[in-house]
Design a protein around this ligand. Structure first.
Ligand code: SF4
Ligand code: ZN
Length: 309
């Protein structure tokens, strides 16, 4: 198999694009796609100060690396969930990348805040671990932007994440979540920062290939709490469909974006309409779920970040 661009031996076969590329041309191809996504959906303005949510995995570290390479100079935010062994190893990968990029990374330690790791926190509030994790992550990622003056929060969600989430929402007709997925979610003044997903149209396989070709050292193991997650089952099913009909995933997600655009103003908003009286975060009641969580722990704790670099 030869590279469609230069004729040298190809390193990757992209069946959904009916093409094969060598390492050099694949890197250029993927970076061009991300640049085009950033431009088309107006993800980052010149005056913006972006920050990338990094977990130590291939998607977020590749995104952090690529954004800086493309000229979108950005720092990072890492949330240490206090999962023995796994969290330390992930943080190590994040620090390495921070050194490579010579950028700053903020670190929030769940254990410093609540004296427990994420599983212990979930037990106290009687919620599934991933649900407690989601509450903390959403809050802290927004908070670092508000406190430290970042205007855009970028996350490494890829095409497979979006396709599987969409698949799950359609399967159970979760109307309340169905129209909330997008490449960009606008912010709300000093309360909520704008969120962007530059890898929305890049597959997991493409990002893994990019990370390997670029020598990005990421953590291979998955979070131990992801085991048995429904999204992994959906991903597997979508991969099987993709195998027999290449291009299905991208068509599924692009078709959704097209419908979302057509829906425009007509779509239900369903967003929180009030602000937390304590911290200002959007909420449906007087208190946001993070402040509620702090109350459950009886702590007056105020959010603090460690800073690396
Ligand atoms: Fe958080 Fe791990 Fe669950 Fe993901 S799998 S939401 S990182 S606890
Ligand atoms: Zn609050």
């Amino acid at each position: 198999m030869k590279c469609r661009v230069c004729g040298k031996p190809a390193n990757i076969n992209l069946r959904s694009y009916k093409t094969a590329l060598c390492e050099e041309d694949f890197i250029a191809f993927l970076e061009k796609r991300v640049s085009a996504t950033i431009g088309k959906y107006r993800l980052i303005d010149e005056a913006d100060r972006p920050i990338v949510a990094v977990s130590g995995g291939k998607d977020s570290l590749s995104l952090w690396y690529m954004m800086n390479k493309l000229g979108y100079v950005s720092d990072g935010i890492y949330i240490d969930l206090g999962i023995e062994g796994y969290s330390e190893r992930s943080l190590e990968k994040v620090r390495q990348m921070a050194d490579t990029l010579r950028r700053r990374v903020y670190v929030f330690h769940v254990r410093n805040a609540l004296q427990k790791g994420i599983d212990g926190v979930a037990r106290v509030i009687r919620r599934p671990t991933c649900s407690a994790c989601g509450t903390i992550k959403r809050y802290i990622m927004n908070r670092v932007c508000i406190d430290k003056g970042y205007t855009v929060l970028a996350t490494g969600h890829n095409l497979d994440d979006e396709a599987s989430a969409l698949f799950g929402n359609v399967l159970y007709w979760k109307r309340e979540y169905l129209w909330k997925k997008n490449v960009v979610l606008e912010g709300r003044g000093e309360h909520l920062v704008k969120k962007i997903k530059p890898f929305f149209l890049c597959s997991e396989r493409e990002i893994a290939a990019y990370a390997i070709m670029k020598g990005i050292d990421y953590i291979y193991e998955e979070c131990p709490y992801s085991e048995g997650a429904k999204t992994l089952v959906y991903k597997e099913m979508l991969n099987r469909i993709e195998e027999s009909s290449p291009g299905t995933k991208i068509m599924f997600v692009k078709g959704y974006l097209k419908m979302l655009k057509e829906k425009g103003d007509e779509k239900e908003d369903g967003r929180e309409s009030r602000y937390c009286l304590r911290c200002g975060y959007p909420t449906f009641s007087d208190k946001c779920s993070f402040c509620w969580l702090l109350d459950k722990f009886g702590t007056e704790y105020d959010v603090e970040f460690d800073q690396y670099n």
